[in-house]
Design a protein around this ligand. Sequence first.
Ligand SMILES: [Cu+2]
Length: 392
Amino acid sequence: MKKLKETSKKIYRIKIILILAVTLILSACNQQNSLNKVQSSNTNGDNYSVFEDTPNENSDNLKHVEQILVAPPELPKFDQVATGNPVVVDVRLVVKEEKLQISSDASIWALTYNGSVPGPMIVVHQNDYVEVTLVNPSSNSLTHNIDFHAATGDLGGGSISIVSPGQQVSFRFKAIKPGVFVYHCAPGGIMVPLHVVSGMNGAIMVLPRKGLTDENGNPIKFDKAYYVAEQDYYIPKNKNGKYMEFSTPAEGFGGMLQVMQTLTPSHIVFNGTKNSLTGDKALTAKVGDKVLFITSEANRDTRIHMIGGHADLYWSGGSFSNKPLTNFESWPVAGGSAVAIMYKFREPGTYVYLDHNLINAFLFGANAEINVKGNSNNDLMKQINKPAKIKD
Ligand SMILES: [Cu+2]
């Protein structure tokens, strides 16, 4: 009888231990699940995995919206928050091969989308479709195409968009990844870098459907946006040390390739030409404005700084599905990528947005100015004594 009692006590203890163990395991699993949910939350707070495929739409039946593209640093008209279901955004890119004076002493046969270096910014929302019509007029001399880093498959559209002079092509891709991305010409082999360093690149912004969110995951809107791209050129010089001029784009390629092999650009500029965003062409903002700056470099690494300001928010690698980092002094832009930052101007004056390799900025011209109007805040900065003779 005593033995029986002890056995049932033992069974009872084992039961309790088992219940405790199961409870502990279940609670650990729950914690792991919540952790996974937090880790896989996108900035909209939705549960989201990068490996989760978006539902297929029959994009042939979706509404088309034409986007009128404009030359950088401006962006086309767009809504920061998507209204309604995904749409097909129609964009037309016309290749223009044209002489461009890039500095007082040099010009290049610029290979461009719509006539600007960089090409126009395209803006869509995540899961919209981009329908690109690429036109290569018969007045051009070269074959071109377009590779979107925002697209999936077919070399980013590069393999299905090859057009000879006199042809046009169209294709559609789904913008599944939110962020800012480079697009560029990639017609194969050495033509890829030759076309890119002749100016044939631009960027697309794929906004989250609910718009951008700040470091705490709260929705945030910007007052204006600018697209500033760094461009490296490789112009050969003649025996007399003068930059060479060519009668066709292809005629310059041999000399350009020789300079490219040194990995040392002859020119490093913002938005295509030296001083394109300075003086009376400076960007503008008002005190209190939150400004989104998108910067791309299609070919080489750079690092951006804004003298007098910061990146309040910095979307590393240009990805909008991660929470932005805060309060950066300088921020990297990897070659072949675009990056976005947001800054609230708190003081009036002229800010300099530049490549903080200061040789690139001040010897080559990789800088832009932003003129900010508004009232000074003496709490942030004030001069105590004007420059005067040193007191003994
Ligand atoms: Cu091209």
